[in-house]
Ligand binder design. Structure first.
Ligand SMILES: [Mn+2]
Length: 337
């Protein structure tokens, strides 16, 4: 695989030529994956193409993002058996396409648009910008490269992508360029009040109860530099919450004073745990996730481990402790030099 970017102009050219396009957001769509898909779907449809979004399996749009759906959005529509282009958005590698990989490869051309540092350039044409706050920020540039006028529907998809991936413009992936893009989105007439209310003032009560149960069981270690917690199937049963409602809870754990690394274990089954990892300042949790074939960014990464909850908890505590020890030693060495 060649780890080299195509230009956005070359990708725009291929998309302009295409008549049928399938868009593949990563499994368990988040605001960036779905918002980017929405913007791209609207842009391509308005330029006369047959286009649809293909989420994993029977995965639905998360309830907090449902408001983004508009008349231009089509999901799992039959477009073509041999689509001209299959385009993956916000997916670092093909494992994020899970059961859709063969279908993805059925595209005459495959394209990969992403901002994850662990992206392995799995498509025919790749555009990975690790400086971009979000895939949405790249989609903005791609639509412009296609000479598509960004309307309100596209702008709202991009805004949601950027806002959710930057934690509401708090995280260090937020740049001057991010704000320049957002300033242009305002020209397209985004309804900020509605978006903010839908994204941030809309917590289902069962999610709040779930947060309560998770926080009741947080464990801190390494002198409070790390915390680990679990969202268990039992908690889902107790609270009526769904596993996709754990979105944002890991950031709450990281926000604890003195914590550098936070870890949230999501129990998919008694032998499958999804692990979310976050670092606050100097940590690089993509290194921990990579040990389990996971991926992500320095400050936000994840992996899946096929063992029981308590085994995975032990593994993660050990790996995080080892990692923090190594980093601390390096810092001390640098200081004595
Ligand atoms: Mn993203």
């Amino acid at each position: 695989m060649m780890m080299k970017n195509s230009t956005l102009d070359d990708i725009a050219y291929k998309l302009r030529e295409a008549k049928t396009v399938l868009i593949y957001p990563h499994v368990l769509m988040d605001g960036d994956a779905f918002g980017s898909s929405v913007a791209l779907c609207c842009g391509l449809k308005k330029s006369g193409k047959k286009v649809t979004i293909i989420p994993e399996g029977d995965e639905g749009v998360p309830s907090y993002l449902a408001f983004l759906q508009n008349q231009c959005i089509s999901i799992r529509e039959i477009v073509s058996d041999e689509p001209d282009v299959c385009i993956a958005v916000d997916s670092s590698d093909t494992s994020r396409l899970e059961g859709r990989l063969d279908r993805f490869k059925s595209g005459k051309i495959t394209i990969n648009i992403d901002h994850h540092i662990t992206n392995n350039f799995f498509a025919d044409m790749n555009y990975v910008d690790t400086e971009a706050s979000s895939t949405g920020e790249i989609i903005f540039r791609l639509l412009k490269a296609m000479d598509i006028e960004i309307d309100k529907d596209m702008a709202e998809g991009i805004y949601v992508a950027i806002s959710t991936d930057t934690g509401g413009f708090q995280y260090t992936n937020t740049t001057k360029n991010t704000h320049l893009v957002v300033s242009e989105l305002f020209d397209s007439g985004i309804d900020l009040e509605r978006i903010s209310a839908e994204l941030y003032e809309n917590t289902p009560y069962e999610k709040l109860k779930l947060i309560g149960e998770i926080l009741d069981n947080v464990e801190d270690f390494c002198d409070g530099q790390a915390v680990i917690a679990a969202a268990t199937l039992k908690m889902m049963e107790n609270t009526g919450a769904l596993m996709d409602q754990t979105e944002g809870i890991i950031e709450l754990l990281r926000s604890i004073s003195g914590v550098e690394i936070a870890c949230l274990l999501k129990e998919v089954s008694d032998s499958q745990i999804k692990v979310s990892l976050r670092a606050k300042t100097y940590g690089d949790v993509s290194k921990i996730a990579a040990q389990y074939k996971g991926g992500g960014h320095k400050k936000a990464a994840g992996c899946t481990v096929y063992q029981g909850l308590e085994e995975v908890r032990k593994l993660m505590k050990k790996d995080i402790a080892t990692y923090l020890q190594t980093v601390t030693n390096n810092i001390n060495e640098q200081e004595t030099r």
